[in-house]
Design a binder for this molecule. Structure first.
Ligand code: ADP
Ligand code: MG
Length: 559
């Protein structure tokens, strides 16, 4: 077919194309991700063919993707040394929207796990029209001696003619739109902008993504004269750290990844590298930060992990991957088993995601427990920053997560004068001690001086000091730990006093107590004998299971 013919997109395609350009993608920059993904697929196809075809050899260094901005002509070219397209394939794959040559390839070649081929919907290519007025494709298929040129201005159809190209592969040439008041397009010719987009979405494409970069370098033999030198650079890192073997990676590698990704400005306390090959396959690197992000306890804070599908970034903050009580965890998940929607920005079904989230939750808990066991100092650092979040987690959702979280809690101990776990407390309990005692107050110092603590302390029992509002709410939700009930030192029945003896004294001094009650009037409900006082003459206590501190909080809540 030598002469040029103009073909119309099918009617549905026209509408689809308009829809696509205007609404499917949330950001224009996505076009680059889509074209690079296609280029990578095209190279993968040669790779797969070479696996089964002895006449083909695959030399890694022959395969790459190149991005070439041309400011003079306002064009951006994305080239690849992939499998290319025949005239028929051009017609089929680029003439029919929602037809994916890549999906067909996967099926024909029975690439079951299809780990690497990204395309499946047959729409990504058209995202080029978000930024370009004219898209030209020059391509030469593997095993063909002819090149073809496909060109389209968007909705009004496309042309195919014989083209010129020496080597096998494809060039996609975008004639960028003119800038408007609201939108700029020439930004996609800026070296820095292009690099940023590639890093963001396509950093882990397996083949090098190259670009000619102008570097100002010291002239040879000179000490102060510079010259501009064009240097071909590879912009992507190619092998994602999460696909590397854990044994080959050092703490420093993980720390670098943490700061490169800007997960935080601190040094992470711990990293978790997960590689699962089960019902859902995924890899993940998670970090437990040491410091609280400045906005952590504010409304602005958004939890979530980065989500990749086959090494391509799909979502920057996938909130569904983390429970609220682990919202401080940073990191990423990459899975080849996600069902994506057409824009590849959201997920079609969340079954896989739910499985991954469940699994991740377990791993985080396990790692925190082992940190607590093996390196209590670090755990305490972590707990100072995020303990509050864990306690919120215990009482939110009606206590649904309390089992998961109770072993991660720590409270200040009257005996140890430092944070202890509930497990430590219970293990130390003397045999006759019935309850886990706690006292609430503004500070450890203040609690120490509370008359209510005296009798418990005198008995030699340990008391947990609660200084945060959430402490007592969390404990109320737990009710018990290892069958031991929690008991406020200010509650009526401490399970210590000898009841009979008390009754006698109460009876003997009946008149005195009646008189005191009269004088105090509404301020108290009753006046009773207590055996819990040692150095203080009187104390105020509450009846039932609500402590004075908690009563204060409840009374201060709006109705
Ligand atoms: P998808 O990638 O989901 O299949 P696209 O709209 O991105 O859909 O691309 C449509 C088809 O066009 C691809 O499946 C592939 O067959 C073909 N194609 C696109 N770009 C290239 C390229 N650079 N090299 C070879 N084939 C390509
Ligand atoms: Mg594609």
């Amino acid at each position: 077919m030598a002469e040029m013919t103009k073909k119309q997109f099918q009617a549905e395609s026209k509408r689809l194309l308009e829809m696509m350009v205007n609404s499917i993608y949330s950001q224009k920059e996505i076009f680059l991700r889509e074209l690079i993904s296609n280029a990578s697929d095209a190279i993968d196809k040669i790779y797969y063919k070479a696996l089964t075809d002895d006449r083909l050899t695959f030399n890694q260094e022959d395969y790459y993707i190149k991005i070439t901005p041309d400011k003079d002509n306002l064009t951006l070219t994305i080239s690849d040394t992939g499998i290319g397209m025949t005239e028929e394939e051009l017609e089929d794959n680029l003439g029919i929207i929602a037809k994916s040559g890549s999906l067909a390839f996967k099926n024909e070649n029975e690439i079951k796990d299809g780990q690497d081929i990204i395309g499946q919907f047959g729409v990504g290519f058209y995202s080029a029209f978000m930024v370009a007025d004219v898209v030209t494709v020059v391509t030469k298929a593997l095993g063909s001696d002819k090149a073809y040129k496909w060109e389209s201005q968007g909705t009004d159809g496309y042309t195919i003619e014989v083209g010129e190209k020496e080597t096998v592969g494809t060039d996609i040439i975008l004639k960028l739109k003119e800038n408007t008041e609201d939108d700029s397009y020439d930004e996609f010719l800026e070296e820095y902008r292009l690099k940023t987009i590639v890093k963001k979405y396509s950093d882990f494409i397996r083949y090098p993504i190259k670009m000619d970069v102008i570097e100002s370098k010291l002239k040879e033999g000179s000490e102060d004269e510079y010259e501009d030198i064009i240097e071909e650079q590879t912009i992507n890192s190619m092998v994602p750290i999460w696909r590397k073997n854990k044994n080959e990676l050092t703490d420093e590698d993980y720390e670098n990844f943490y700061s490169e990704k800007r997960y935080g400005f601190d040094k992470p306390l711990k990293h978790i590298h997960i590689s699962v090959d089960g019902a859902v396959r995924y890899q993940s690197i998670l970090f437990i930060p040491e410091q609280i992000p400045y906005d952590y306890y504010s409304k602005e804070f958004e939890k979530g992990l980065e989500l990749y599908s086959n090494g391509v970034l799909i979502m920057e903050k996938c909130a569904d991957l983390l429970p609220d009580y682990f919202s401080f965890v940073k990191g990423m998940v990459d899975s080849e088993d996600l069902s994506l929607n057409i824009s590849r920005e959201i997920l079609q079904h969340d079954r896989q995601l739910k499985l991954i989230a469940k699994n991740i939750k377990k791993k985080i808990k396990g790692q925190l427990l082992s940190l607590l066991k093996d390196d209590q100092d670090s755990y305490e650092k972590f707990y100072q920053s995020f303990g509050r979040q864990l306690k919120y987690g215990v009482y939110s959702d009606f206590g649904a997560n309390k089992e998961d979280l109770q072993d991660l809690l720590m409270f200040y101990s009257s005996k140890e004068k430092k944070l202890v776990t509930l497990d430590e407390y219970v293990k130390r309990m003397p045999e006759d001690q019935k309850y886990i005692y706690y006292a609430t107050g503004e500070s450890y110092d203040r609690i120490e001086k509370l008359p209510q603590t005296e009798v418990v302390a005198e008995k030699g029992y340990e008391i947990l000091y609660f200084t945060e509002e959430v402490d007592e709410f969390a404990i109320k939700m737990l009710v018990k730990y290892k069958d031991k009930e929690f008991k406020s030192v200010s509650s009526g029945d401490l399970g210590i006093e000898e009841e009979e003896e008390k009754k006698e004294v109460q009876e003997e001094n009946k008149d005195l107590f009646e008189e005191m009650k009269k004088v105090l009037g509404d301020k108290v409900k009753d006046v009773r004998v207590s055996k819990r006082l040692k150095s203080h003459p009187v104390c105020i206590s509450t009846e039932g299971e609500v402590s004075i501190e908690m009563e204060k909080i409840i009374n201060s809540m709006p109705d």
